[in-house]
Design a protein. Structure first.
Length: 384
């Protein structure tokens, strides 16, 4: 009998990470995929990316709408409550053998908590990582303790999950999921990408900027204003902004992007580029700026510089292509000058991405095909 795997996705970035695993679960014998879409996927202001999922050939089995208009911590907490209700109803209807989730966001916390209450085993990807400037840090480790199988992106993160008390034979280092698309997708050529975006990569420098709220801090908007001022003071730059997620202050950051892009013909913004266009952009920009995990995980595979701003990604493993700076205009400009310097650009050619371990989805599917899902619920605490 095929193993029914319920996969929940709530953001554009998370779906990009899941793509090849979803393809495998849909196409390979022995599996039955039940796909649940929630969060930003269902919101027009964040790109209505559920349509992208369907365009990619996936059937969405259920939609769980949990986002509220409130751009606050209270709004996030209420959304989690809606998620607990909605996901529990989904699990009652589909009765999956396993819940498969990625990451550390509040949507995934709600999905995991509901599955735990319903006695559904959980497989979790990207546990053991640290992001000390975001509430995601606590969410991630809590999801780890609720989960029964673990797929980590580096060996150090595998050891950390074991340190949290998880059994060694249930923790697998498969590498970062997002790297796989870089190797397997036929990325767009420059002329095609420029046509689709209505944008030309002909600036003195070309930058891709993604800045999300630092949810353990109270000044995310002011931090982003520093980014804007730094870019305004660097003439000749062509900039693509990908908008912030639905965390508290995300909508405020997106309003700032819209306001500034309207003033500058060399800047453009997207609620969602989609996986193919996002990765294709990384081929042709000179630098990636912001505080997204992608700057540390995927961008190094393109041998491009990342300027990581602030503490949102503090504690995460990073390669030599990543330059860290505080959210202050002068420091951001200094980091940008360094990233664009001939010496740094030359050094990028030899940098190795610490997250690139190969074909993550095939490793995951191999484990899922062999493991006895009926014997996962009882866990022992591993005293290491």
């Amino acid at each position: 009998m095929a193993k029914k795997i319920c996969v929940v996705t709530g953001t554009r970035a998370e779906y990009g990470l899941l793509y090849w695993t979803l393809k495998g679960l849909m196409d390979k014998p022995g599996f039955s995929l039940y796909l649940v879409v929630t969060g930003m996927h269902l919101a027009p202001e964040f790109g209505m990316t559920c349509e992208r999922i369907e365009a990619d050939g996936f059937r969405i089995d259920r939609k769980v709408d949990i986002l509220l208009a409130s751009d606050s911590g209270v709004g996030m907490a209420k959304s989690m409550g809606l998620g607990l209700i909605g996901f529990s109803e989904v699990y009652r209807e589909c009765n999956p053998d396993l819940l498969f989730i990625v990451g550390d966001r509040f949507e995934m916390f709600a999905a995991a908590a509901a599955a735990m209450a319903c006695n559904i085993p959980i497989a979790h990807c990207h546990g053991g990582e640290t992001t000390q400037g975001a509430i995601d840090e606590a969410m991630r480790h809590a999801i780890t303790k609720m989960s029964h199988l673990h797929f980590t992106s580096t060996e150090e993160y595998r050891r950390r999950v074991i340190q949290l008390g998880e059994a060694e034979d249930r923790v697998f280092n498969v590498g970062a999921l997002g790297i796989e698309s870089i190797h397997r997708l036929p990325l767009l050529e420059k002329t095609t990408l420029e046509y689709e975006l209505g944008f030309s990569f002909n600036g003195k420098f070309n930058a891709l900027v993604t800045f999300h709220p630092a949810t353990l801090e109270r000044d995310s908007e002011n931090q982003f204003l520093e980014v804007m001022e730094a870019l305004r003071d660097m003439p000749g730059g062509k900039v693509i902004f990908t908008k912030a997620n639905a965390d508290p202050s995300g909508r405020a950051i997106n309003a700032l992007i819209d306001r500034e892009v309207a003033k500058n013909p060399d800047w453009t913004a997207y609620a969602s580029l989609g996986q193919l266009r996002y990765l294709s952009c990384l081929r042709f920009v000179d630098v990636v700026i912001g505080n997204s995990s992608s700057g540390l995980i995927e961008v190094p595979s393109f041998h491009k510089a990342t300027i990581d701003i602030g503490d949102r990604q503090k504690g995460r493993i990073r390669g030599g292509s990543v330059i860290h700076c505080s959210p202050a205009r002068e420091e951001i400009q200094g980091a940008l000058h360094l990233a664009l310097s001939s010496g740094f650009q030359e050094r990028l050619r030899d940098e190795v991405n610490p997250y690139d371990a190969g074909n993550a989805s095939e490793r995951i599917l191999s484990v899922l095909s062999e493991v006895d899902l009926g014997n996962l619920l009882v866990k022992r605490f591993n005293d290491w």
